[in-house]
Structures are given as structure tokens and as C-alpha cells.
Design a protein. Structure first.
Length: 369
């Protein structure tokens, strides 16, 4: 178990900067998830922590020791890959034992560690099989077992669930979280799936174009995104965005959409935006903040022209036209709605977001530094 620190870490490939200066402190036993779109630098950052990529600048520190010049085998880390990286000609037992044999541990110690890991991961009955005889989920558990037996200071996971089907991904992410609760080792996990990030992490680090866009506990990123990028990336379905203008009339403040529709900002939130009156902005609202119920305090009613309905059981994803743009609402499935109908809905303006049109920074939360 260890503390992990990144100090202004950069990585360049010729003139291309893949990672542009990351500063991050990861506490002992913390489960941190790096999330972002393809090409944002998250996997490159993980590979630099692992020692699989040389860093171009900065320092990587594990338990107060700068490890820049240490090879992967000397950093006391264990890594689980997307493609499992199992030896096909070896049994599960031999795959797990391989790294321990390289450390020249006694046979009794190796057998003990394998038995403990197999019991923890529920793979005892698989120990004499070969990888080709296993399902994707079983192979991933074997890969995790190989990492566990090393008793490393830091676990690194590089998109380990990407090759699994949707149902198995849900099962395996609960397995990984359960494993972390049993063996609270410092963990860095990389994924492009924001649902994995939100459900598994103690802290989420959102990356964009080689930089940390925002970091925090999952709920903080969901309710208080510092930029349009984070707001659109975190949450499924993603946040609705509309070009708009802030309009002041006397003591009232409105969000005016491009078709002239005005949405009143609740009194409790006016002071946050009053100085931006007359400013062109991007208005953001999550699908969950649009309701088919009657108007309540801070909610603004309007009629929506329904274009598409996606039934999901307990909820319907309803897509409708607002000021020429398509918006999505997550509505109770008991609300009758069909494509082509006019549907009365209400927007919870207590949960609205406004972003600067040019910088895309939040006018409510400010930009993370």
C-alpha cells in the first residue's frame, strides 16, 4: 500500500503533447479512476506510472521515492490489462504462479498465495484449466488473481472490462470494487466509460486533451461540472445543451433560448448570474431535471414536440424539439407519450447550468486549476 504522486508529468511524441502537465496526489488505499475520451492521455498516464512509457518531464513518486528511472519490475506495482495477457499454454495455476516463481518464493508460499487469491476471486475450480477453456469474465478474474498474489503497493487497471459484454461488465465492476474493499490497495483505474468511473471510484479524474479537466468525488462531478466538457461527458444520457442569452428585466433574470422562449431563473440563483446579464451563454440541463409532472417551485413549464420515445422499462427516454435542437428527458414510463405528440413538461431550473459561450467554463462553478 502506498501514496502515489504525479508532479507536473508530461509526455511528448515529437511535436505532439499527449500529456501536458499533470499534478495529482493519490492517497494510500484510494481508488482513483481516470476517465476521458480516446486520445485524452489517460492510458499514457497509466503506462508512465507503470514504467512502460518514459516520461518527458516531471516526476512520479511512490511512497516518497522518485521512480522515473526504475523499470516496471522494480516499482512494486501490478497491472491488469484489457487483453488479459495470459499464457495460453499454461494452466490458470501456472499463470498465477509465474511472477512468484520469478521472485524465487518458496513453493509453500506460492501455493498459499494462489489458494488465497483463488478463494477471494472464486476461481479455485478453474486452477487446472487453460485460458482457452475460460469465459471472458473468468479470464479477467485470473488476470486479477495474478496481480493480487504479488501483494503490490499499487494496482493499475487499463480498461480491463472493455472486451466484456454489457451484463458481464456490470458483474465484474462490482467484483473489482468488492476486491478493493477486501484488499484496500492503492488503485489507479483507466476507462473511457463514465458509468464505470462513477460507480467504482473514490475519486474521478476527468482528462481532456492531455490535461486534468476536473477531479473530485463522483457526485461533485455530476452536480457541479466546471466546464461544458465535463458536464457533457459525465452522466448518461448526457446533458442537454442550448445556445441562449441571459436577459435581465427589472429584478427578474431569464435564460432566453434562440426561439425567444424564456426560462425564469429561481430567485435563489439569480445573484450568481446577475453580473452576466446580456451575455451569450450555453444553457445546460440534465435529462433527469426535466419532468412530466406539474409545476413546482423553481420549475418552468412548457410544451414539447415529441420526436422519439425510447422505452427502458421504468423510464422512457423522450426526445423532443426545443428551439430547433433535440433535447432528451428521462420521464416516468407511466406518463403516456408518443412520437408526434405535444407533451407538457417542466424544467427544474434549480438544477440548470450555464457555460461561457467562448471558454465553455461554468458560470456557476468556475474552472478547475
Amino acid at each position: 500500500m502506498a501514496r502515489l504522486e504525479l508532479r507536473n508529468v508530461t509526455k511528448s511524441y515529437g511535436i505532439y503533447d499527449a500529456v501536458r502537465g499533470i499534478d495529482l496526489n493519490i492517497k494510500d488505499k484510494e481508488f482513483v479512476v481516470f476517465v476521458g475520451p480516446s486520445g485524452c492521455g489517460k492510458s499514457t498516464t497509466l503506462r508512465m506510472i507503470a514504467g512502460l512509457e518514459h516520461i518527458s518531464g516531471g516526476e512520479i513518486v511512490i511512497d516518497d521515492q522518485v521512480v522515473n528511472r526504475l523499470g516496471p519490475g522494480k516499482r512494486d506495482i501490478a497491472m491488469v490489462f484489457q487483453n488479459y495477457a495470459l499464457y495460453p499454454h499454461m494452466t490458470v495455476r501456472d499463470n498465477i504462479a509465474f511472477c512468484l516463481e520469478q521472485q524465487r518464493l518458496s513453493k509453500s508460499e506460492i501455493d498459499k498465495r494462489i489458494a488465497q487469491a483463488a478463494e477471494t476471486l472464486h476461481i479455485t475450480e478453474l486452477l487446472e484449466r487453460r485460458p482457452g477453456q475460460l469465459s471472458g469474465g473468468q479470464r479477467q478474474r485470473v488476470a486479477m488473481g495474478r496481480a493480487i498474489v504479488r501483494n503490490p503497493k499499487v494496482f493499475l487497471f487499463d480498461e480491463p472490462l472493455s472486451n466484456l459484454d454489457a451484463k458481464l461488465r456490470v458483474k465484474m465492476r462490482t467484483e473489482i470494487k468488492r476486491l478493493h474493499n477486501l484488499l484496500p490497495t492503492t488503485t489507479v483505474y483507466v476507462t473511457h466509460d463514465q458509468i464505470e468511473a462513477m460507480t467504482m471510484a473514490d475519486r474521478v479524474v476527468v482528462m481532456n486533451k492531455g490535461l486534468v479537466e476536473q477531479q473530485g468525488v463522483p457526485q461533485e462531478l455530476y452536480f457541479n461540472p466546471v466546464s461544458k466538457f465535463v458536464a457533457g461527458f459525465i452522466g448518461s444520457p448526457s446533458m442537454n445543451f442550448q445556445p441562449a442569452k441571459l436577459v435581465v428585466e427589472g429584478t427578474s433574470l431569464f435564460v432566453e433560448l434562440k426561439d425567444g422562449t424564456r426560462l425564469a431563473i429561481p430567485e435563489a440563483r439569480r445573484s450568481r448570474f446577475a453580473s452576466a446579464g446580456g451575455k451569450d451563454v450555453t444553457f445546460g440541463i440534465r435529462p433527469e431535471a426535466i419532468s412530466g409532472s406539474q409545476e413546482r417551485l423553481g420549475w418552468v413549464p412548457f410544451h414539447a414536440n415529441v420526436e422519439l420515445v425510447e422505452p427502458l422499462g421504468s423510464t422512457n427516454m423522450v426526445y423532443f424539439n426545443v428551439a430547433g435542437d433535440i433535447c432528451c428527458a428521462s420521464l416516468d414510463s407511466e406518463i403516456p407519450v408518443t412520437a408526434g405528440a405535444m407533451l407538457p413538461v417542466s424544467i427544474n431550473m434549480n438544477q440548470m447550468h450555464l457555460f461561457d459561450l467562448e471558454t465553455e467554463h461554468s458560470l456557476l462553478c468556475g474552472k478547475a486549476t
